[in-house]
Design a protein around this ligand. Structure first.
Ligand SMILES: [Zn+2]
Length: 301
């Protein structure tokens, strides 16, 4: 994926709210206790890393990301690419796109949906219209997808270094897809409908919502490819990028859709559908470039 030299978004901020990951044992309890005092995080829930917990605490201080690291520059460009595409799509439909914020955090962060740790994985919070990404996410994806790059015989070190770029962009654009669902009122409809049905039916709606975010990520890739033709030769996609994202769609079943309600969320109750479904909806989006093709609900709402 080609990303250097394009505009970076000004909506990216950093938060170093929680510092180190919370460990177990006495040390962990002490740290959790301090966190409770400082950030209003319940120590018992904070110890259960990997959970988005009920919030209500104040937001950890955030600041505009001025650092020049590769990951921050990359995130800014990808977010700006999503802004450009979604502005275009909303304009075509006669409405205005409201840009989300993106917070890059280290260790722990407090959102309108509760506090989260790196173990939570990337997520979008409708309550503050913000995408949350922990900084360890990039290293993990590089590691996981770099191996795949080798297996596919992608050859030289240059290519191996790039392995995972588009997969990372895909994850960011999937989270932005949840933002689009919020702007379109779909998130609210799903929450509303989920309250009136059985848990199993609510889970099904949650899966359809995830698959639609995959499809929206595909729509973004299609439209960004068209858009960048005039900026970089051949557009922003490179050979192997789409396979890379499809591979990622199959491997990453881990983001958590944090709910606006503010109550505790059990991560395991959220699934993303089967790998096959994820790949199929992402493919549909990237082939059509049309939001209309992403009707995963088809009357279920
Ligand atoms: Zn999701």
């Amino acid at each position: 994926m080609k990303w250097q030299g394009r505009r970076g978004s000004s909506n990216v901020r950093t938060s170093s709210g929680g510092g180190k990951m919370i460990g177990g044992g006495i040390g962990g309890i002490i740290i959790a206790g301090i966190l409770w005092l400082v950030f209003g995080v319940n120590p018992m829930t904070a110890l259960q890393t990997g959970q988005v917990v009920a919030g209500g605490g104040t937001n950890a201080s955030t600041e505009v990301a001025n650092d020049d690291s590769r990951d921050t520059r990359f995130v800014k460009v990808v977010l700006a690419d999503t802004e450009a595409v979604w502005h275009q799509i909303f304009n075509e439909g006669g409405s205005t796109y409201q840009e989300p914020s993106l917070i890059l955090f280290n260790g722990q962060v407090s959102s309108a949906c509760g506090s989260a740790t790196a173990a939570t994985g990337p997520f979008y919070c409708p309550g503050d219209q913000t995408v949350y990404l922990d900084t360890s996410f990039f290293a993990e994806m590089r590691q996981n997808l770099g191996i795949t790059g080798d297996q596919q015989g992608s050859g030289d070190a240059e290519n191996r270094g790039k392995a995972g770029d588009f997969a990372q962009a895909y994850v960011i654009s999937h989270e932005v897809g949840h933002h689009v669902q919020t702007l379109l009122g779909i998130t609210q409809q799903v929450n509303e409908a989920s309250r009136q049905v059985t848990q199993a039916q609510a889970n099904k709606l949650s899966v359809l919502q995830e698959l639609q975010a995959d499809c929206f990520a595909g729509v973004w890739a299609n439209r960004n490819q068209q858009r960048t033709q005039s900026i970089v030769e051949g557009g922003f996609l490179e050979a192997g990028d789409v396979d890379e994202a499809i591979n990622a769609a199959g491997q990453i079943g881990d983001d958590r859709l944090a709910r606006a309600s503010g109550r505790a969320v059990t991560p395991d109750s959220f699934t993303h559908g089967t790998s096959q479904e994820r790949v199929s909806w992402f493919t549909r989006g990237i082939e059509s470039g049309s939001v209309q093709s992403c009707d995963t609900f088809s009357g279920a709402l």
